[in-house]
Design a binder for this molecule. Structure first.
Ligand code: ZN
Length: 242
């Protein structure tokens, strides 16, 4: 599902080259993002910022808007954005709520709007710490986690790290889909997907079924999405809400 990801590594020597980011949310700090991975022909910072900006706009909770109102407002556009498969380096597994505005300097060259990617700054992290989970589409609270201790054999020493999925583990393990699958009977006369055949969608086990044509379906009772919505898991798996 996601493309490139940014890992936060806390190590005295490494951080002299790639300074610590401003918080422990992987991919949030754009300066860190640029330091973490050099630009190449296939990885242009302009392109990176263009994608981040679209997610960041959706992430902003407006003044006087509750997190729930925000989630209801942006969920549809968010699913559409994800379906284009341009993945964010920060909003990897969920859309983190933000506050304020994106900061980017734009200028015109021969009538074309340009911007300097290095000057791009995300809006602030919203104090509610809420986020919209890309798996269950629920509004959940995602807080920062303690960095994990890892042995780097190439360096021959221990360092600390945080990856995007570390922030999600608590939610994935305890509340993602859990409430909805508890009291549901499996759909009748359909082949259920075995857990092994859908490794990446373990959490959907029991909620999904496959039709004779091989297409995947999920009941709208599970996902709170209108019937007919197409959800995506990974690059190729589509699930239609029925
Ligand atoms: Zn979830």
């Amino acid at each position: 599902m996601p493309g490139a990801m940014v890992k936060i590594i806390l190590d005295k020597i490494y951080n002299k080259i790639v300074p610590k980011p401003i918080n422990l949310r992987p991919g949030y700090d754009m300066e860190h993002v640029f330091n973490y991975r050099p630009q190449t022909d296939n990885y242009r910072y302009e392109k990176v910022v263009e994608i981040e900006k679209q997610y960041d706009y959706l992430s902003i909770i407006r003044p006087h808007e509750t997190p729930q109102q925000w989630a209801n407002r942006v969920r549809g556009s968010l699913q559409e954005l994800l379906s284009k498969q341009g993945y964010s380096l920060y909003h990897v597994y969920c859309l983190f709520a933000s506050f304020g505005q994106v900061k980017s300097t734009t200028y015109y060259v021969n009538g074309d709007l340009n911007s300097t990617p290095f000057e791009y700054r995300r809006p602030s992290v919203h104090k509610s710490q809420m986020a919209i989970c890309f798996k269950c589409w629920k509004l959940v609270k995602i807080t920062e986690v303690e960095p994990r201790k890892e042995y780097y054999s190439g360096w021959g020493r221990w360092a600390y790290e945080v990856e995007s999925e570390d922030l999600m583990k608590n939610h994935w393990n305890y509340s993602c889909f859990k409430t909805k699958t508890a009291n549901m009977a499996p759909p009748a006369r359909q082949e259920m997907i075995s857990p092994t055949s859908y490794h990446s969608s373990n959490r959907l086990r029991g909620a999904m079924y496959r039709s004779d044509t091989g297409k995947l379906f999920i009941s709208s009772l599970y996902v709170k999405q209108p019937k007919g919505t197409v959800l995506r898991l990974g690059d190729e798996t589509e699930i239609t809400v029925v």
